[in-house]
Design a protein around this ligand. Structure first.
Ligand SMILES: NC(=O)c1ccc[n+]([C@@H]2O[C@H](COP(=O)([O-])OP(=O)(O)OC[C@H]3O[C@@H](n4cnc5c(N)ncnc54)[C@H](O)[C@@H]3O)[C@@H](O)[C@H]2O)c1
Length: 264
């Protein structure tokens, strides 16, 4: 059994073309810095890059490549974690799916796109929790952190399935918090827009400057969020510093949800 605490982070590959910032990658790097042995999980090969970066900063990590929307993939991760480390203290769920076909209203989206998105965005969080919890219950105090979105509270036009999946993740988090306390605390993090490498692909530096400036206008902080600002919150929720925080959906959006951008 590992003497260090062990964390699984899903969706933890670095950006798939550039190796640049991703929310899951930043979460994995931060937990490793905090002393966790990190199991980096992703279906993409850039999970290996996250492990390299963790080792460069003196941490310990392993990459398990798997599709966490499948029971087989999830069971493999849990079995390998059990065999290799014998414990699991923290689970951070963070995969999500984007396809042009899912960016539609309820009337327009294909049923297959709806089902596939719910399977990846919500189903993977459910399956990871279901199969990790028995191992986590052996830990004195474990934590589940579900990466959700402010889309759980407000609706982007033509993005219904994403919002529904994120609202359901918050509800899943509430149930986990009630059913598994005091041994496991469960919380969700709801970011607003976060700058990640994958959404920069195909845009020139000049286009990116204009794009980020436009988005920044919607945010009272007048800038976009960096991945480390989500990882800081993950670090806090995974630590005993947050020992009485359970069942929360913590909004990390620089004040966007509570702001009224109306100009008088
Ligand atoms: N970037 C933002 O502005 C933003 C805002 C709010 C919430 N979020 C949430 O943050 C989380 C991370 O997203 P991101 O923005 O870094 O996007 P991303 O596309 O860079 O990361 C998603 C990762 O999940 C992996 N993945 C997808 N399906 C998988 C599967 N079935 N099995 C294994 N891995 C799979 C992808 O390979 C990718 O590495 C998501 O839950 C997303 O909804 C992002």
């Amino acid at each position: 059994m590992s003497s260090s605490q062990v964390a699984i982070v899903t969706g933890a590959a670095m950006g798939y073309q550039s190796g640049g910032p991703s929310i899951g990658g930043a979460n994995a790097l931060r937990l490793a810095k905090d002393g966790f042995v990190v199991v980096v999980v992703d279906e993409g090969e850039m999970g290996a890059r996250t492990v390299e970066l963790i080792r460069e900063q003196g941490g310990e990590a392993t990459f398990m490549r798997a599709d966490v929307a499948t029971t087989t993939g999830v069971k493999q991760i849990v079995e390998q974690t059990q065999q290799r480390y014998g414990r699991l203290d923290c689970l951070v769920n963070g995969v999500s799916r984007y396809s042009p076909g899912m960016a539609k209203s309820v009337a327009e989206i294909d049923e297959a796109e709806w089902d596939k998105t719910m399977l990846v965005n919500l189903g993977s969080y459910f399956k990871m929790c279901k199969y990790c919890i028995p191992l986590m219950l052996k830990s004195e105090q474990a934590t589940i952190i579900n990466i959700s979105s402010i889309g759980a509270f407000n609706a982007l036009p033509d993005f219904a399935v994403y919002s529904v999946s994120k609202a359901a993740i918050n509800a899943l988090t509430h149930s986990l918090a009630v059913d598994f306390a005091p041994r496991i605390r469960a919380n969700a993090i709801c970011p607003g827009f976060v700058r990640i490498a994958n959404s920069e692909n195909g845009r020139t530096p000049a286009e990116l400057t204009i794009w980020y400036a436009d988005i920044a206008k919607q945010y009272p902080m007048q800038r976009v969020c960096e991945v480390e600002e989500i990882a800081n919150v993950v670090s806090f929720l995974a630590s005993p510093e947050s020992s009485f925080i359970n069942g929360q959906s913590l909004v990390v959006d620089g004040g966007k949800l509570v702001s009224d951008r109306h100009e008088f």
